[in-house]
Design a protein around this ligand. Structure first.
Ligand code: C2E
Ligand code: CA
Ligand code: CA
Length: 561
C-alpha cells in the first residue's frame, strides 16, 4: 500500500491542468441547461394549450410550439447524456493519469519511490516534521558487493534479493518514513525524529544492520549481504535547525557520509561531518592529478631490495610505484593505488609501470628477480595473464625473472579465474607470491590447492620480532606453515638487526625492509648494482663498498638464490 505514497506526493503539488480544463468543459451541460430554460419558457404556453386540446377535443395545439417542445426535450436528453459520458470519461482519464503518476514516481521492481520522487517526498516530510518541531534524517544506503551477487547468481536472484530487502527495511521504518530506490543497489530513506534525539536514528540503523545480517533465503540459494549507510540530518546534534539545507544538499551530504563508510571498510554507517566535504574535495583533486599524471608520465617505479637472509646476498627487487607529483611531491601508492582502482585506471597505470620496470630490470644482472604488485582489480580481467605475457615478450624480459605478488583479497573474487591465471603464468615461468600473508582470510585449503611459489609474511607480524623479549609465535607459526606446505618465504618490513637475527634463526628465508635501505629510483638502483658488479652493461665495478647496508655488502656479490 505504501506505493500509493508516490501518487500522494504528486497530486498534492501538481494539479493536472488538462483534467481541470476538461472539468470546466461545460458546453454539454450548458446545452442541457439552455434546453431546460427553453422548455420552461415554451412549455409555459404550449403545455396549457396541449392539455386544453386534449380535454376539449376541439382546439388544436400550435404544432410549431409542440415541435419546439419535443425538440427541447430531445436536447435535454442529449445534453444530459453527453454530460454524463464526459464526466465518466474524465473520471477514467483521471484514474489512468494517477496510475501513470504512481508509476512515474515508483520503482517498478520494489515499489519504493524512485530517485525523482524522493526529492519531493523528502521536502514533504521535512515540512511536516518542521511543523511539529521535529527533525528529519536522510539515510543513503548502498549494498556492499551486490554486483557479485548478480554475477554469481544471475539478475533474477539479484532482483529477488532487492525486493526482499525493501520489504525488510519498510517493515522497520516508522509509518511516515519514505523509502526510495535511487537506482541499482542504492536506496535511501528519510525519517522524522524528535530534534536533538539523533540516537533514535542510530537505534533504528543499528537494528537495520542486525536485520540485514540475517541471510536472505531464496528457493535455490541463501544470500548473505551487507550494506553501508551515510546519514545526515536537517538539525545539528543539539537540535538546532539548519535552515539553509534542502533535499538536494541532504542527499549530497548523505552521499558523502556513505562514501566515507565505504572507504572505512563497508558494512558500517557514518553521520555526515563537514570534514568529509574537504576530504572529498581533496580526493577529487587527487583524481584529476592522477589522470593528468598518468598521461604526463609522473608515475615511476621505485625498487626495494630483496635479500637472502642466510647469505646476505641481493636476490632481486620489489617494484613499488611512486607518483612524482609536481604539485604534491613524492606520493605513496597507499594514497593513489586505491583511487586508481576506483576510477578504473589501475590496469593502465600498472602496465605503464611494468614497461618501465622491465626496461630497468633488463639492464640488471640476470640473476636478479623483479617482483611486481598486482591489484585484485587487474585479476578480474580474464585476459590478464595473456596481456602480461604479451608485454613480457614485447619487452624481451625473461618470465623466469618475474614474480608477481597478489594479496589474499584476490582469492575471494573468483577463485577459479585466479587459479587458471596463476597456472598459465606459471607455465611460462612467472612466479607467484602470496603477499601480506596473514592479513586476509585465505584458508589452508586455498594455500594448499593454489600453486603459489612463495608466501610473504606481512610486516605487521615481522614487527613483533623487534621486541627482544617478546615471543615471536606468529612469525614462527607462519614459517612452520610455509615449511609444511613446502613454500619458500619472504619476511617484509625488516627494520633492524634484532629482527634479522630472529629471522636468521628460523632457517632459509628472504627478507626485505628499511634495514637494507629505503626503496629507491631506477638511477639509484643502477648505481648500487654497478658498484656491486651486477650491472653487466657497465664497465666500472670498482666500488663494491657502496652496496646495500654495510652489514651485508660483503656478501652481496655471492648471490645464492
Ligand atoms: P607492500 O606490497 O606490502 O609493499 C611494502 C610496503 O612497505 C612499501 O610501501 C614499502 O615502502 C614499505 N616498507 C618496506 N620496508 C619497510 C620497513 O622496513 N618498514 C616499514 N614500516 N615499511 C616498509 P609502499 O611503497 O608505500 O607501498 C604500499 C603498498 O602499495 C604496497 O604494499 C603494495 O601493496 C602497494 N603497491 C605498491 N606499488 C604498487 C603497484 O605498482 N601496483 C599495485 N597494485 N600496488 C602497489
Ligand atoms: Ca608487495
Ligand atoms: Ca606487504
Amino acid at each position: 500500500m505504501r506505493h500509493l505514497h508516490g501518487a500522494q506526493i504528486l497530486t498534492d503539488h501538481e494539479p493536472d491542468i488538462r483534467l481541470e480544463t476538461a472539468d470546466r468543459d461545460i458546453i454539454a451541460l450548458g446545452i442541457a441547461i439552455a434546453a431546460i430554460i427553453l422548455l420552461v419558457g415554451t412549455g409555459g404556453s404550449v403545455l396549457p394549450q396541449a392539455v386544453g386540446a386534449l380535454l376539449s377535443h376541439n382546439s388544436k395545439p400550435d404544432m410549431l410550439l409542440v415541435n419546439a417542445l419535443l425538440l427541447n426535450i430531445a436536447l435535454i436528453i442529449f445534453g444530459w447524456r453527453r454530460y454524463r459520458e464526459l464526466t465518466r470519461e474524465i473520471g477514467e482519464r483521471r484514474k489512468a493519469e494517477q496510475r501513470a503518476q504512481v508509476l512515474a514516481a515508483t520503482d517498478p521492481l520494489t515499489q519504493c519511490l524512485n530517485r525523482r520522487s524522493m526529492v519531493a517526498a523528502t521536502e514533504d516530510l521535512r515540512a511536516r516534521a518542521a511543523a511539529r518541531g521535529d527533525a528529519i534524517a536522510y539515510c543513503m544506503v548502498d549494498l556492499d558487493n551486490f554486483k557479485q551477487i548478480n554475477d554469481m547468481h544471475g539478475h533474477t536472484t539479484g532482483d529477488a534479493v532487492l525486493v526482499m530487502l525493501c520489504d525488510r527495511v519498510r517493515a522497520m521504518l516508522p509509518n511516515d518514513a519514505r523509502l526510495a530506490r535511487l537506482g541499482g543497489d542504492e536506496f535511501a530513506f528519510v525519517i522524522a525524529y524528535p530534534a536533538g534525539n539523533a540516537e533514535r536514528v542510530d537505534d533504528l540503523v543499528i537494528r537495520l544492520f542486525e536485520r540485514m545480517a540475517q541471510p536472505f533465503q531464496l528457493p535455490e540459494v541463501t544470500i548473505e549481504l551487507t550494506m553501508s549507510i551515510g546519514i545526515v540530518a536537517d538539525h545539528d546534534a543539539t537540535g538546532n535547525v539548519d535552515a539553509s539545507i534542502d533535499a538536494a544538499s541532504l542527499m549530497h551530504r548523505a552521499d558523502m557520509a556513505l562514501y566515507h563508510a565505504k572507504k572505512q571498510g563497508r558494512n558500517r554507517y557514518f553521520w555526515f561531518e563537514t570534514g568529509m566535504e574537504h576530504e572529498l574535495k581533496f580526493r577529487n583533486q587527487l583524481e584529476v592529478g592522477i589522470r593528468q599524471g598518468l598521461t604526463k608520465g609522473e608515475f615511476v617505479p621505485f625498487y626495494e631490495q630483496q635479500i637472502d637472509v642466510q647469505s646476505g646476498a641481493l636476490v632481486g627487487f620489489e617494484m613499488l610505484a611512486r607518483w612524482r607529483s609536481p604539485k604534491l611531491g613524492l606520493i605513496s601508492p597507499e594514497i593513489f593505488v586505491p583511487i586508481a582502482e576506483e576510477i578504473g585506471l589501475i590496469t593502465e597505470m600498472s602496465e605503464k609501470l611494468m614497461e618501465l620496470a622491465f626496461a630497468d630490470a633488463r639492464e640488471w644482472d640476470d640473476s636478479l628477480t623483479l617482483s611486481i604488485n598486482i591489484s585484485p582489480m587487474q585479476l578480474r580481467d580474464p585476459w590478464f595473464a595473456q596481456r602480461l605475457l604479451k608485454r613480457l615478450v614485447e619487452a624481451n624480459f625473461p618470465p623466469q625473472r618475474l614474480e608477481i605478488e597478489i594479496t589474499e583479497s584476490c582469492l575471494h573474487d573468483n577463485i577459479g579465474l585466479v587459479r587458471s591465471m596463476i597456472t598459465s603464468l606459471r607455465n611460462q615461468g612467472v612466479q607467484i607470491s602470496l603477499d601480506d600473508f596473514g592479513t586476509g582470510y585465505s584458508s589452508l585449503e586455498q594455500l594448499r590447492s593454489l600453486p603459489f611459489d612463495r608466501i610473504k609474511i606481512d610486516r605487521s607480524f615481522v614487527a613483533e620480532l623487534r621486541e627482544p623479549g617478546r615471543k615471536s609465535t606468529l612469525v614462527e607459526a607462519i614459517v612452520a606453515l610455509g615449511r609444511g606446505l613446502d613454500l619458500p618465504l619472504t619476511a617484509e618490513g625488516v627494520e633492524d638487526e634484532e629482527t634479522l637475527k630472529a629471522l636468521k634463526a628460523m632457517g632459509r628465508l628472504k627478507a626485505q625492509g628499511y634495514l637494507y635501505g629505503q626503496p629507491e629510483d631506477a638511477e639509484a638502483v643502477r648505481k648500487r648494482l654497478k658498484a656491486a658488479g651486477l650491472l653487466p652493461g657497465a664497465t666500472d665495478t670498482t666500488l663494491p663498498t657502496e652496496v646495500a647496508q654495510p652489514a651485508h655488502s660483503a656478501q652481496a656479490r655471492s648471490r645464492s638464490a
